[in-house]
Design a protein. Structure first.
Length: 222
């Protein structure tokens, strides 16, 4: 699959390397694609077959555009790419917006919804924002299975995203479809609990699992 990843930070690099390894055609979209420092930082990734271009180039290349940028900057960056380019794309949104005081930039709503509202022709799916970038691409590194979540309006887009998440090592029964894009609020607000758990355990590398009553079985089948 052709994937364009906006943002060349922690998450962008992690996802790019995992999906390139899985055989996907990955272009990273950077605001400074020719910066020698960036190119040096991405050296290993670029050697593995991923490429880097501007954000518009990455989006134009992609069937799935991944938002791995700060949530406070994501909509402006997507607007600079343009609604026309994004119209028939899926946007896989991993972003969460934080303000300087550590609070969320989208309280009461969500970045996922803001993106969907700004780009009505684009199919937005929120996922993976409840785990850190290490666990994101190595769910097996945890002691036991964790749950990740999907939020979005379009069933077909969620199916595509589900496949990409599986390519990171997540099993189907680890993926819980929460429903429409409004459910992205829960995923993004989990960031506050995430920070609390990280503080209490001393690590970002953890997962949470939805556990159902025994009588209900696993209940997480697709
Ligand atoms: N870190 C995690 O483990 C984790 C886990 C779950 C969710 N998230 C969310 O995923 C997103 C990316 O996280 P990250 O840790 O990869 O962040 P990061 O290391 O700060 O990287 C973000 C990247 O976004 C690009 N960008 C575009 N517009 C920007 C702007 N106005 N200001 C700053 N950077 C801009 C930059 O790439 P260029 O300079 O190349 O354009 C930058 O490297 C965030 O929304 C975060 O909340 C992170």
């Amino acid at each position: 699959m052709r994937i364009g990843i906006l943002g060349t930070g922690n998450v962008g690099q992690a996802l790019a390397s995992a999906w390139a390894r899985a055989g996907h055609d990955v272009v990273l979209g950077s605001r400074r694609p020719d910066d020698p420092e960036l190119l040096a930082r991405l050296g290993e990734l670029l050697a593995s077959g991923a490429r880097v271009g501007g954000p518009a180039e990455a989006a134009a290349h992609a069937e799935v555009v991944v938002n791995a940028t700060p949530g406070t900057a994501s909509v402006a960056l997507l607007r600079s790419i343009g609604a026309e380019v994004l119209a028939d794309r899926i946007v896989l949104d991993v972003g969460v917006g934080f303000l300087d005081d550590g609070s969320l930039s989208h309280p009461g709503v969500s970045l996922g919804e803001e993106i969907q509202q700004a780009f009505p022709e684009t199919r937005v799916v929120k996922t993976l924002c409840t785990v850190d970038r290490t666990v994101m691409i190595a769910p097996d590194s945890l002691e036991g299975p964790a749950t990740v979540f999907l939020s979005g309006e379009d069933t077909e887009a969620k199916k595509v995203v589900r496949g990409l998440v599986r390519d990171l090592g997540w099993t189907d029964d680890a993926l819980l479809d929460l429903g429409g894009i409004a459910t992205a609020r829960g995923q993004e607000n989990f960031a506050l609990l995430f920070i609390g758990i990280a503080g209490a355990t001393g690590t970002y590398e953890f997962g949470v699992r939805v556990v159902l009553p025994a009588a209900a079985g696993s209940g997480l089948a697709p």
